[in-house]
Design a protein. Structure first.
Length: 207
């Protein structure tokens, strides 16, 4: 089964674009533009840990790979003293290309993304969870489930999860109910090294 793209992500297939994005400042820039909307290099600078000039350079680099663009054009942009940028999509996704160079680039970007997310759960437990109201604390937390599936079944599971998330990701902000707030869903899909035993023995379960 071929996965769809229900969330409207930009799909990165160029290994050079993957390597270009695998930089902490560029990932921070893209994350903040997708979260907060259009911004200037000066506004982004303190949030991404770079000077305005360096942030502007990274923005132009991202624009060269079609990941960000001018938020205004023509007269709208000419009226502003500083360039405003926006992300071209709500998020991004990438796969593992067939060639070794492409797979290596995908691994570089994957490692950087894993590193950026590594301390998020600990910071949430230490800094955010203690201040949450019970109505937010109760549905929060983590799940660690192990399943035994075929590649086609795993693709179907991923597609079904996106089907659930898509209406919330793509809806207009004006349609969000009162009391809404941002929620980070971390979803790792990590196939284990194959041994063949589980398929032969029918072993399965969850943790």
């Amino acid at each position: 089964m071929e996965n769809g793209n229900r969330l409207g992500d930009i799909e990165i297939t160029d290994p050079k674009a993957m390597r270009a994005l695998a930089h902490p400042v560029r990932l921070a820039i893209l994350e903040r533009l997708t979260r907060d909307g259009p911004s200037t290099a000066t506004q982004l600078s303190p949030e991404v840990g770079a000077t305005p000039s360096v942030t502007s350079w990274h923005l132009r680099h991202l624009a060269g790979y079609g990941l960000v663009r001018d938020a205004e054009t023509g007269a709208d942009r000419q009226d502003r003293r500083e360039r405003r940028w926006e992300a071209v999509a709500r998020g991004f996704r990438f796969g593992a290309p067939e060639d070794e160079a492409g797979r290596a680039a995908a691994r570089v970007l994957s490692r950087e993304l894993f590193a950026r997310a590594a301390d998020l759960p600990q910071r949430w437990v230490a800094e955010t969870e203690p201040g949450l109201d019970p109505e937010w604390r109760e549905p929060a937390g983590l799940a660690n489930t192990r399943i035994v599936v075929s590649p086609e079944e795993l693709a179907a599971i991923e597609d079904a999860i996106e089907g659930v998330l898509a209406p919330y990701v793509t809806r207009d902000p004006a349609e969000r109910p009162g009391g809404s707030r941002g929620v980070r869903l971390l979803r790792y899909v990590l196939p284990e090294a194959g041994t063949g035993r589980e398929a032969a023995d029918g072993v399965g379960g969850s943790e």
